[in-house]
Write a protein that binds this ligand. Sequence first.
Ligand SMILES: NC(=O)c1ccc[n+]([C@@H]2O[C@H](COP(=O)([O-])OP(=O)(O)OC[C@H]3O[C@@H](n4cnc5c(N)ncnc54)[C@H](OP(=O)(O)O)[C@@H]3O)[C@@H](O)[C@H]2O)c1
Length: 289
Amino acid sequence: MAFAVIGATGRVGSLVVKHLLGFHEAVRVLVRDPGKAHRLFDAVGGDLDVRAVPLDDRSAIDAALEGVRVAFIAMGSVGLEGNLQRLIVDAAARSPSLEQVVRLSVLNSGPSSLGLNQQGHWSIDFAAEALGLPYTTIRPSVFSASVLAAAAEIRSERTWTGLADTGRVALCDHRDVAEVAVRILRDSTTWGTHYDLTGPRLVSWPDVAALISVELGASVEFRVIPDRTLVYRMIDAGVPPSKAELLVTREWAILRGENEHTTETISELLGRPPRTVEKFLRDYIDYFR
Ligand SMILES: NC(=O)c1ccc[n+]([C@@H]2O[C@H](COP(=O)([O-])OP(=O)(O)OC[C@H]3O[C@@H](n4cnc5c(N)ncnc54)[C@H](OP(=O)(O)O)[C@@H]3O)[C@@H](O)[C@H]2O)c1
């Protein structure tokens, strides 16, 4: 078995599985909901092994990694998901067959970022290094797809409520991230490095609201509310508290200008420029109508 994907039913993980199958690679997915995996991947066909694996069960992870050469992990970094990632990293470091773990992290990961996501990913890398795990990270900037979280509000009220009315990010398209992951997973000469990925240009949330307005032909206003009000608003809407905190600290990091740079990594690895935020909005505009 060449590849295992953990977080295989998520936004990036599912695209990675589809691309690997498209390259006729053998893929094992470690999932909590096999039905979801079959719905996502059965139509693609190919050499797919769906395993229901409780990620808090050490012997189940060991068994699922048996014979796997390269693993990809695309899960969250805080709360339960962060802890499960640490358990997977621990199991991977014990695996006799694994040659490389490629982990989806985040741009600017480190202990001094204001972002909880950046701190969480840094602490998982800390564990990976301490365990001597052979690994690579892919560290994208905020995904263009993050804007979809505001889609329902934009549809109904033509407003977008957040915090960061200043500060810019070179938004990254998750489809590029998946393509980069597949490029790295299949090419051992790229292993052992940290790859910082960004989109082509820096934009603020109000800039993105203006771009959505152009695509929609209707004005969308970016509206700022106090941090605490935003956290309660998200929790009332059903967002888990750890995710709400993560999202508010992401805004703090943006306001502080932590993400204000671009890299050429996507072009270097894929041989073409990254997708623009305009391209993402055109492809997903129906979510905002
Ligand atoms: N969003 C951004 O702007 C951004 C930017 C840069 C980096 N990142 C990083 O990207 C990663 C998230 O990628 P994504 O958007 O592809 O994630 P996602 O869509 O949220 O997918 C998460 C995956 O983890 C699985 N999962 C969650 N909890 C689980 C549990 N308790 N047991 C087993 N599986 C579990 C989910 O399974 P189910 O399908 O069953 O729920 C899903 O397959 C994070 O590490 C984040 O830091 C995100």
